[in-house]
Design a protein around this ligand. Structure first.
Ligand code: NAD
Length: 386
């Protein structure tokens, strides 16, 4: 199988490593020669680290590295069987590239995009054969993160979807099927993790370290929302939220936060700039959390029920199956438990009551309880996860 990857940045490089480790021949194209030099060094370093425990010989490693080839000429893609695009997140530029690719590759080559936020249908729409186009959304770092969201567009043929879904699984990844809607599964369902934490901060209920403490120590999330926003970058995380908000026709559930916007505008981007919600130049200066369990569980339960409500609504609107929604959040963003499984444990009555309490306090549409939670609770049922 010959895989063509367009874009030698963070994601293109990661996907190349995954394909190479599955014994595929890989060809990477980037319009920037420096990016190609960089990706070679990065890929070899990451593969070496990934295989450290397997004690491969230098010859074996070199044979693997030689499976990845680099080109500054897109015409070299004429023999690839499967092509994944991971270039800049811009619809016009991606559409232009897909048209160019279609003029080079053979008629049965599948053309996939790794876009995080653009509609797959609009990318496919420029092709003469849009049925060969779909989304394959990897997570960063692709070599480590097991999840891949596979997203058929309205134009995608079932045969192409089945072929790609099977191939992603054969690469050892956890494939989930998601509808072509903003944020797919993970970037939609995860929004309240950031948004509700920011809202709690803005209302003055608790400070940054206390909210992070509640989510990590009491909720067992691997990182707190502010630690994670600083890690992702406040510019990047804000843009994703704003894109999802606009794409959902300004649904208040996804409303971005001024607090985060101002940090991004000030250049307080997080770890990469040395300062964000926390100061990384002098970590001793950061305030300590207030370890009050009553306050901590209030914070955890409020963010958790908003996450559960979002996951439930994604199921209600057939964005994905219950099993895939839970897999997506545990394998794509390392949540300690699937949100629908968590809802069953807490009971759907608990979920409905917490949502209604929030709605009674704020009278905002943001806090509307998903109909599926009400319905299942009324019927005394739970989410069916397998
Ligand atoms: P990046 O900036 O690290 O890399 C993009 C690469 O594409 C650069 O090397 C650039 O030179 C190249 N490029 C730009 N325009 C090109 C063109 N017309 N032809 C050829 N090469 C071109 O970006 P990234 O973070 O790897 O993101 C790539 C895609 O993956 C985006 O669509 C993004 O939304 C998506 N994505 C990113 C992440 C993430 O965490 N970074 C996760 C999932 C999906």
């Amino acid at each position: 199988m010959k895989i063509g990857i367009v874009g030698a940045g963070t994601m293109g490089s990661g996907i190349a490593q995954v394909a190479c480790l599955s014994n595929c021949e890989v060809l990477i194209f980037d319009k920037n020669p420096k990016a190609l030099e960089q990706v070679k060094l990065q890929s070899e370093k990451n593969i070496r680290r990934y295989l450290k425990r397997q004690k491969k010989t230098e010859d074996e490693l070199n044979a693997l590295f030689n499976q990845i080839n680099y080109t500054e000429n897109l015409e070299d893609f004429k023999n690839v069987n499967f092509c994944i695009e991971a270039i800049v997140e811009n619809l016009e530029i991606k559409q232009q590239l897909f048209q160019e690719l279609e003029s080079i590759v053979s008629t049965d080559t599948v053309l996939a995009t790794n876009t995080s936020s653009l509609s797959i249908a609009s990318i496919a729409s420029v092709l003469k054969h849009p049925e060969r186009c779909l989304g394959v959304h990897f997570f960063n770092p692709a070599i480590m993160m097991p999840l891949v969201e596979v997203i058929p567009a309205v134009q995608t043929s079932q045969a192409v979807f089945d072929q790609v879904y099977g191939m992603i699984k054969s690469w050892g990844k956890t494939a989930v099927k998601a509808k072509d809607t903003p944020g797919f599964i993970v970037n939609r369902v995860a929004r309240p993790f950031y948004g509700e934490a920011l809202r709690i901060l803005e209302e003055g209920i608790a400070d940054v370290p206390t909210i992070d403490w509640a989510m990590t120590k009491l909720g067992k999330f691997r990182m707190g929302p502010f630690q994670l926003m600083d890690f992702i970058g406040n510019d990047v995380n804000y843009t994703v939220t704003e894109t999802v908000f606009k794409a959902f026709y300004y649904d208040p559930r996804y409303k971005p936060s001024f607090t985060q916007k101002r940090l991004a505008e000030a250049g307080y981007l997080g770890r990469k700039s040395g300062k964000g919600f926390y100061d990384y130049t002098n970590e001793d200066k950061n305030p300590s959390p207030k370890k009050d369990e009553v306050l901590g569980y209030h914070i955890l339960n409020r963010i958790l029920v908003m996450l559960i409500n979002e996951a439930a609504d994604a199921l209600f609107l057939n964005i994905a199956s219950a099993e895939d929604i839970d897999l997506a959040m545990t394998k794509g963003v390392n949540y300690p438990k699937g949100l629908l499984e968590w809802a069953n444990e807490k009971t759907l009555m608990w979920c409905e009551q917490r949502m209604d309490e929030l709605y009674d306090i704020y009278r905002e549409d943001r806090y509307r309880c998903s109909p599926i939670i009400r319905h299942l609770n009324q019927e005394n049922k739970t989410f069916q996860i397998d």
